[in-house]
Design a binder for this molecule. Structure first.
Ligand code: SF4
Length: 507
């Protein structure tokens, strides 16, 4: 088939062009011209008819971008803001989804641009201010629906807002609003190039098990049940689990997160988070007559019990872990004068207990298994009478997730770990993959994926920390599917069937 090319397209498809970029108007084309080295820049002309005529048809369509100005349909979307389309709705066609939109929006935000994510409407004539009540669509243009490539071809749309329902085109200030929109379009060009470079077919290797563990599920269920049983607000000391999405979702249901128990009104319900607390926190809650529900993971509680047992008999307890982690703070609080936190091998070589014959060790539950074992080995070599826990303190969930990502790391070019920056077990997954020689990154959600990481990468390993909701992994896979066909491979090392009973106050 002979390619059909619009009247204002660049002369031919160059081998370095990674995508076609449609810009309807001359001024939009000019604002985007710095992209012409890497993208096939095509000026379509205004309106759906001209756009349809300019659309390039080829047996294998190139990834497709549409960029230009648009009218806002929402008072939240201001002149100069960008709208990244999650789907485009035309007058006569079914909506066309754009799954990679959240990733593109995240990349544009990291450039300092104000970005809104939502549907875009394509109409065949300029929409007047009074006509702009169109449901949840954020912006309106006149070309995008006619330029959709169809099939699975990667497709993305970025529109800079030039007018709004309150400030329509024919009112004063149009020129300055237009200039603001064109400036934003120019600033978006490097990200559009990154999006194009990130397109292509790829394999996604899912590491199993991943995501929620039994302790995290129990803690979240505890807050949910407490809200059902006692009504909002239910107070939670610190993050119930170390994940920003979980916290936001529970806040939406009526949970109130506080730093300390003394912020909670007397007599209220207070849930203690999964990573445990010091006895002093329990005392504080008791003094305020709070109704305490303890969501400490039973495996963390087991480490607390070990510390109490060793210290009662007069041992110094080496706690292998990170001193600034909340779990470690809570565990140290069981016997502050008897516990020494040992963070690394060097510290294990230097540590001097008061009585070297009366020593024991425990571990933070979410450490890297191999690192923690190296530290324990040094301690065992130095202290012949060192007492050790009967079973490993690093929990089953941490161990399983690390084993799974280590197995997957050998098969891929890049590892993405879904988890929040304060999640210890998620950070350890990044380190484990890195030690296998694979670039690895922690992302809170799909919006944090850097498009630059994906250029030329055909095999991605994907996992999630024990505190990260599984739907975030599904969203990331869906989003990657918007950059090209994705083949899913699942590596599941073990089926986890661990369940913890809920605290009696909510069971
Ligand atoms: Fe419990 Fe392990 Fe989950 Fe932490 S990661 S909540 S210790 S099961």
């Amino acid at each position: 088939m002979t390619p059909r090319v619009g009247a204002h397209s660049t002369p031919s498809r160059c081998s370095q062009h990674t995508a076609v970029l449609y810009a309807p108007l001359r001024i939009e084309h000019a604002a985007l011209r710095s992209a012409a080295d890497t993208l096939r820049l095509v000026r379509t002309g205004m309106g759906p008819t001209r756009a349809a005529r300019a659309r390039i048809t080829e047996p294998t369509p190139m990834p497709t971008l549409v960029a230009g100005v648009a009218g806002s349909l929402s008072s939240e979307v201001r002149p100069g803001d960008l709208v990244v389309a999650t789907e485009v709705r035309g007058d006569n066609n079914d909506p066309v989804p754009m799954p990679s939109a959240p990733m593109l929006a995240g990349a544009l935000r990291r450039r300092g641009l104000t970005v809104h994510l939502g549907p875009i409407l394509t109409t065949s004539r300029i929409m007047r201010a009074g006509e702009r009540d169109t449901g949840d669509a954020l912006a309106v243009d006149m070309e995008t629906a006619a330029l959709a490539p169809g099939g699975d071809t990667p497709f993305a749309v970025v529109r800079a807002v030039v007018d709004t329902p309150d400030h329509p085109l024919y009112r004063a200030g149009s020129i300055s609003r237009g200039l603001a929109a064109l400036r934003t379009l120019r600033a978006a060009v490097p990200t559009l190039e990154q999006w194009a470079a990130a397109t292509g077919p790829r394999e996604v290797h899912l590491a199993g098990p991943r995501s929620f563990c039994a302790g995290v599920s129990r803690a979240i269920d505890t807050v949910d049940r407490a809200l059902d049983r006692f009504g909002a607000p239910v107070y939670v000391r610190r993050q119930i689990v170390h994940n920003a999405h979980v916290v936001r979702e529970l806040e939406g249901k009526g949970a109130v997160f506080v730093q300390e128990a003394d912020e909670v009104p007397p007599g209220s319900v207070l849930v203690l988070a999964a990573h445990g607390v010091t006895p002093a926190v329990r005392e504080q809650a008791k003094d305020r007559e709070l109704r305490v529900i303890d969501a400490t993971c039973p495996l963390v509680a087991k480490v607390h019990a070990e510390v109490r047992r060793y210290s009662v008999r007069g041992d110094t307890v080496f706690l292998i872990g990170h001193a600034d982690h909340e779990e470690v703070e809570g565990t140290v609080g069981e016997a502050p004068t008897n516990v020494i936190v040992v963070e690394d091998v060097e510290a294990a070589r230097r540590v001097q207990p008061p009585d070297p014959d009366r020593v024991a060790y425990t571990m933070q539950t979410t450490l890297a298994v191999d690192e923690a074992e190296s530290i324990a080995t040094v301690l065992r070599e130095r202290f012949a009478g060192l007492s050790a826990p009967r079973t490993d303190d690093i929990c089953y969930a941490t161990t399983n997730r690390q084993r799974a990502i280590r197995a997957v790391a050998h098969e891929v070019d890049l590892v993405l770990v879904v988890g929040s920056a304060n999640s210890s077990n998620s950070k350890r997954l990044v380190e484990v993959a890195g030690r296998e020689g694979v670039p690895a990154h922690l992302v809170d959600d799909v919006g944090e994926v850097d498009l630059g990481w994906l250029a030329g990468v055909r095999r991605i390993g994907l996992t999630a920390g024990a505190s990260a909701p599984p739907h975030l992994v599904s969203q990331l896979v869906h989003c990657l599917g918007g950059l090209g066909p994705v083949e899913i491979r699942e590596t599941s090392l073990v089926d986890e069937d661990v369940l913890f009973t809920l605290p009696r106050e909510v069971s």
